[in-house]
Design a protein around this ligand. Sequence first.
Ligand code: GLU
Length: 356
Amino acid sequence: MDRIVIKVGSNVLTKDDGTIDVNRISSIVDQIIKLRKKGYEVILVSSGAVAAGRSSLKSSAKLDSIEQRQLFSAIGQIRLVSLYSQYFGDYGVKVGQVLTMKENFSTRKAYLNQRNCIDVMLRCNVVPVVNENDTVSLTELMFTDNDELSGLVASMMDAKTLLILSNIDGIWNGQPGAPGTSVIRSVEPDEDLTKYIQSGKSGFGRGGMTSKYTTARKVADEGIRVIIANGKKDNIITSIFSGKDTVCTVFKPKEEAVSSMKKWIAHSAGFAKGVIVINQNAAKALKSGKAVSLLLVGVTRIEGSFEEGDIVSIVDDNGKEIAVGRTSMDSVTATGSTGEHDQKPIVHYDYLYLNQ
Ligand code: GLU
């Protein structure tokens, strides 16, 4: 059975005046029901809580941006999930709400616990509806946006495809809609589209094309197909999954399978507790494409304080991060043995994810 993660952005779920577009939500549910009938297993990552709350509360109180996010998401998440629950319920399908935070991805234990939670819902035929717990997440520890969250969920749940629905047709090879430009339909593994990515964002969501591209590139590199498409277009989801020629950007997945452990490590760079600085020989060995572990003999310096099993960032002598890994020793032991031969690897190959 093909497992897919569908991320729906705030701009898809809101009308021009910022209020929630219930018809759009209903249509997205109808399409997901059709996919399920065809045998797809669907996980929904839905934004729109803040937008739903903002448009339903007329408050004259002066609120700073954090207070606004907390208040609006607290109100709006209830509305959002009730709508999904009602529309899926019309088909006799149950939804389950998963509210998460970045910290829930920071340790392997929390990560597996969360994976188990979504897994049990899928096994019981429930549609997980995932969103960030905006009410209590700390600003400095938030996901960049739900694009990043959807990438983590796709990776964590070993999805076959991640579909990111936004209010534009995909990545354009120039100014969107300008004469002579078009949507890039297919992106090869390793293809770099940075020059086409416009910074900035439009509308009600936190993300923009930069975060969509960053997520798409990373997740496709892990072997998951990523599609960026326009969720405001009628029947876009069913059109894509029935193989019809649909305008959207498809990132072809990398062929080699990445283990589940490495996928977690790949997304954990933000939780690194320390830095391992390595010499040129070690950097060359890691980048050789062979299954090489990081040995202490190639380490020149340890920064920060970490325990065995923590995530560490591995940088070359210019300070450029080349990999992220899970260390097999604490920082004190590592510092004491830096540069030594005949020690166990500080990061074993199975726990090492090389930046692409
Ligand atoms: N979690 C936010 C919400 O539901 C949206 C974050 C984003 O725009 O990506 O309103």
